[in-house]
Design a protein around this ligand. Structure first.
Ligand code: PAF
Length: 280
């Protein structure tokens, strides 16, 4: 696997990969890779496709009081994992290459970016949309893979790509979980031992609520029970909601619905989501 940090070399590297007529798949990441990221690489490794991963801890998607400075950086381990996973090229631009002096553009996807995490983390999805647009323009992939764990991020990117006629296929990959159900996340390492034990309340509460809503219980009572479970486990809740799986707006039982949640254990913010309906 080639590791590239300069845009002109990236363009050449991607052109070389395309040389045999291959399609290019992009897996954008912020590093600190885990099995969830490897599932994206695995999904991207299709016949006739070469896989480019990017690692860039994007300052624009962190709020002033968020964890940019302590966000885990594991360049060596990440490079080894990507090589072993069969990734063809790693794009790892320095911050100055991504946002040179004078950088002034902001990509903002209205509506779908505004509720849920967008409300709890103002500016976050502008940062995501801006950097993903840059990554798309730099790598020019045919297809890009994102985890369903960041469900709103995936919906925002799908909206952006449709609105801007980007012509890149966006594929969502199901959330990877620990044996007890906790969704894999680079931020799980912030949990201390006691918090890690409590964290399992998140997938459990969502699972109970999703099954209750699916079998016809009133969503409001299922959501209230999920909130109570999380509070009893020691979480501070940002949101626990039932939304339309595509628009993230008001749910309609005739369309796929998603249960989405974000809550904090101590200083660690966990997010998770579950489909309520088959094929949801
Ligand atoms: O999901 C992530 O790791 C990031 O939000 C992404 C998509 C790489 C953009 O920085």
């Amino acid at each position: 696997m080639q590791t590239i940090r300069q845009l002109d070399l990236l363009r050449q590297g991607v052109a070389d990969l395309r040389g045999d007529g291959s399609r290019i798949a992009l897996v954008p990441t912020m590093g600190a890779l885990h099995a969830g990221h490897l599932a994206l690489i695995e999904a991207a490794k299709r016949p006739g496709t070469r896989v480019v991963a990017s690692i860039f801890v994007n300052p624009k998607q962190f709020g002033a009081n968020e964890d940019l400075s302590r966000y885990p950086r594991k360049e060596l381990a990440d490079t080894r994992m990507l090589t072993e996973a069969g990734c063809d090229l790693l794009w790892m631009p320095p911050v100055e290459a991504m946002y040179p002096a004078g950088f002034a553009t902001n990509v903002s996807v209205a509506g779908i970016s505004e509720g849920l995490d967008g409300a709890a983390r103002p500016g976050h999805f502008d940062g995501v949309a801006t950097v993903v647009t840059k990554l798309f323009n730099q790598v020019r992939p045919d297809v890009a893979y994102f985890g369903e764990k960041d469900f709103q991020q995936l919906a925002v990117i799908r909206r952006m790509v449709a609105d801007l006629d980007t012509g890149i296929e966006i594929i969502g990959v199901p959330t990877q979980r620990e044996d007890d159900g906790l969704a894999l996340s680079s931020r799980n390492i912030y949990l201390d031992e006691a918090e890690r034990v409590k964290a399992v309340a998140m997938p459990r509460a969502l699972g109970v609520a999703a099954r209750a809503i699916h079998k016809g219980d009133a969503p409001e009572s299922a959501l209230a029970a999920a909130r109570d479970t999380l509070i009893a486990a020691g979480f501070t809740i940002d949101y626990v909601e039932l939304v339309d799986a595509e628009t993230l707006g008001a749910p309609d039982p005739a369309r796929p619905r998603r249960l989405v949640a974000a809550a904090r254990l101590g200083t660690t913010r966990l997010i998770d989501n579950l489909a309520v309906d088959p094929n949801g």
